[in-house]
Design a protein around this ligand. Structure first.
Ligand SMILES: *[C@@H]1O[C@H](CO)[C@@H](O)[C@H](O)[C@H]1NC(C)=O
Length: 259
């Protein structure tokens, strides 16, 4: 009996003993972990692309933004960005992890969008930034953007786009204390000039470890805010909109799977 247990324990371990070196090789050789700082640099790994996306950089008087992949294991990726921006009022960069699989489905045809995002941030002085998912929908597969849906996990002195403001200048939500994916959110509605923008912001603090189904947010918008379920999900990104200051955002684990 004792001998049999020992043998079967060894057999159970065997796949791990064989598998471990292969995944280590994949981590070292399969992805580009070098640092990229170009305005539109793209680093693709597995189902994702790290996008530098420094679309507002010309609004800064000085600054830079660099990023690198850290590891990829299955659908879980780790990455880091360090940025510093001085001057200007608008967003300078949205360094983000874009998913390249499972897109261009109608919202009504999406079963789930499970995501995990664990991150930490170090800053120097005051920053204006967020940590946020950014989704876009279109009226046809790959068509032009109609709706932008942002799910912020943290707000550092930034503000959502809003049609309505309170007398003290703060944006007024169209819905408050909405419970989705185990957290409470305020929902804002506005326009960026080209698209409707819906923004979910946590009612208290930052969410540094998110795990939930992003489809719940889309279902909330189709049920309550007039977003058409015949829209197609065009883009799904997760990163940091950086306006000013100095920060390093490290994502230790990120995954998004659309099914
Ligand atoms: C949201 O919840 C907070 C805390 O419980 C409460 O103070 C506030 O009145 C609520 N807002 C609305 C609009 O219900």
């Amino acid at each position: 009996m004792f001998g049999f247990q020992k043998v079967s324990f060894f057999l159970l371990l065997l796949p791990f003993v064989i598998a471990a070196p292969a995944s280590e090789v994949e981590k070292r050789q399969g992805i580009d972990t070098s640092t990229h700082c170009g305005q539109w640099d793209v680093v693709t790994a597995g189902p994702y692309s790290l996008l530098l996306d420094q679309w507002g950089a010309s609004g800064a008087s000085s600054g830079s933004d660099c990023a690198n992949l850290i590891s990829l294991s299955g659908s879980t990726i780790a990455w880091k960005t360090s940025w510093t921006w001085v001057g200007g009022n608008g967003v300078k960069s949205y360094t983000n992890m874009q998913l390249n699989q499972g897109l261009n489905k109608q919202l009504s045809a999406i079963g789930s969008m499970f995501s995990t995002w664990r991150w930490s941030q170090s800053t120097s002085g005051t920053i204006v930034a967020n940590v946020a998912y950014d989704l876009f929908t279109s009226s046809s597969p790959g068509g032009s953007n109609v709706n932008e849906i942002m799910i912020w996990l943290a707000n550092f002195n930034a503000g959502p786009i809003s049609f309505v403001y309170n007398s003290d200048g703060t944006p007024r939500p169209v819905a408050s204390n909405v419970s989705l994916a185990s957290h409470s959110w305020n929902v804002y509605s506005g326009s960026n000039g080209a698209n409707n923008v819906y923004t979910f912001i946590p009612t208290s603090g930052s969410i540094t470890s998110f795990s939930g189904d992003l489809n719940l947010f889309l279902k909330y918008l189709t049920a309550n805010q007039g977003v058409s379920s015949s829209q197609y999900l065009k883009t799904a990104q997760a990163g940091t909109e950086a306006t000013s200051g100095t920060a390093t955002l490290t994502t230790s684990a990120y995954s998004l799977v659309i099914s």
